[in-house]
Design a protein around this ligand. Structure first.
Ligand code: ADP
Ligand code: MG
Length: 241
C-alpha cells in the first residue's frame, strides 16, 4: 500500500444478508479494487441502487466488508477496534444530501456543536467557527436558523461543519441532490477550492452532467461493480460536453 493512499479497497465485496428465509441476499458491491490518493478530487458516479452509499458506509465503517479489505488513512477497517471508530470518523468530513442540520440551532451553533461534542475548549471554538463560516462564504448568516436559509446556504453550513476538524478527507453523498443547478456549481467550486488547499475530496453523485463538467477522475459503479475509472470524457457523459 502506497503511503499516499487515503482510501484503498482490495477485493471488496458487500452482501446484505436477507433478514428471513423469504428475502434474498443482496450483493451491493462486488470485487471492488481502487485507491484514492492524498489530494485527489474524485467523483463516484452511478445510478440509484448501484452501490454508491454502500461504498461510503464502508469508508465510514457504518458497514463492514463481507470480503476483502478497506483501508482509510492507513487503517485496516476490518481490524479497527470499536472504540477507535470515533477517531476514524473525525478524520472524515461528511456532507449529506439532506444536510442533517439541527433546526433549533443557528448556523454558528450547528458548526460549534460539532466541536463541543469532542470537548474542544470554548476559546478554540470561538476562533474556529467564524473561520470555517468565512471559508464557505457565510459569515453574514452566522446567527440565522436553518429554516431562514436557502438550500444552498444550508448545504454550505453542512460543509463548514464537515471542515471544522480539518479532516484530510471530505466525503459528500449527493451534495447537490437537494439544491438547484446553479447552486450545485457553486458548492462544487467550493469543494474544488478546499481541494486546492490539499484536502482529498470524494463526491458521490448520480448526475452525469455534474461529473462531466468538472473533468475530474470519475469512478463509475454499476450493479455493485466498478465499470470505469478515469479522467477522459467517456461513454454517456461525453454527450453532455
Ligand atoms: P446507491 O447509493 O447507489 O443508490 P446503495 O448502496 O444504497 O446504492 O444500495 C445498493 C444495493 O444494496 C441496492 O440494491 C439496495 O437496495 C441494497 N441495500 C442498501 N442498503 C441495504 C441494507 N441496509 N439492507 C439490505 N439491502 C441494502
Ligand atoms: Mg445512495
Amino acid at each position: 500500500m502506497s503511503t499516499t493512499d487515503m482510501i484503498r479497497f482490495e477485493n471488496v465485496k458487500k452482501i446484505y444478508t436477507g433478514l428471513d428465509s423469504k428475502s434474498a441476499d443482496i450483493v451491493a458491491l462486488h470485487d471492488v479494487n481502487l485507491s484514492i490518493q492524498k489530494g485527489e478530487f474524485v467523483f463516484v458516479l452511478g445510478h440509484s441502487g448501484a452501490g454508491k452509499s454502500t461504498f461510503l458506509k464502508l469508508i465510514l465503517r457504518e458497514e463492514k466488508a463481507t470480503e476483502g479489505r478497506v483501508f482509510v488513512n492507513g487503517r485496516d477497517l476490518s481490524r479497527i477496534r470499536p472504540r477507535e471508530i470515533p477517531y476514524l470518523r473525525r478524520g472524515l468530513g461528511v456532507v449529506f444530501q439532506d444536510f442533517r442540520l439541527i433546526p433549533s440551532m443557528t448556523a454558528y451553533e450547528n458548526v460549534a456543536f460539532a466541536m463541543r461534542v469532542t470537548n474542544i475548549p470554548e476559546r478554540q471554538i470561538k476562533r474556529r467557527v467564524p473561520y470555517v463560516l468565512s471559508l464557505v462564504g457565510l459569515s453574514g448568516k452566522a446567527h440565522s436558523l436553518p429554516q431562514e436559509l436557502s438550500g444552498g446556504e444550508q448545504q454550505r453550513i453542512a460543509l463548514a461543519r464537515a471542515l471544522v476538524h480539518s479532516p484530510p478527507i471530505i466525503i459528500a453523498d449527493e451534495p447537490t441532490g437537494n439544491i438547484d443547478p446553479e447552486l450545485s456549481i457553486e458548492i462544487m467550486e467550493l469543494l474544488q477550492a478546499i481541494n486546492s488547499l490539499g484536502t482529498t475530496i470524494v463526491v458521490v453523485t448520480h448526475e452525469h452532467e455534474l461529473a462531466a463538467r468538472f473533468k475530474k477522475r470519475t469512478i463509475m459503479i454499476d450493479h455493485g461493480e466498478v465499470v470505469d475509472d478515469g479522467f477522459a470524457p467517456h461513454g454517456r457523459e461525453a454527450a453532455y460536453l
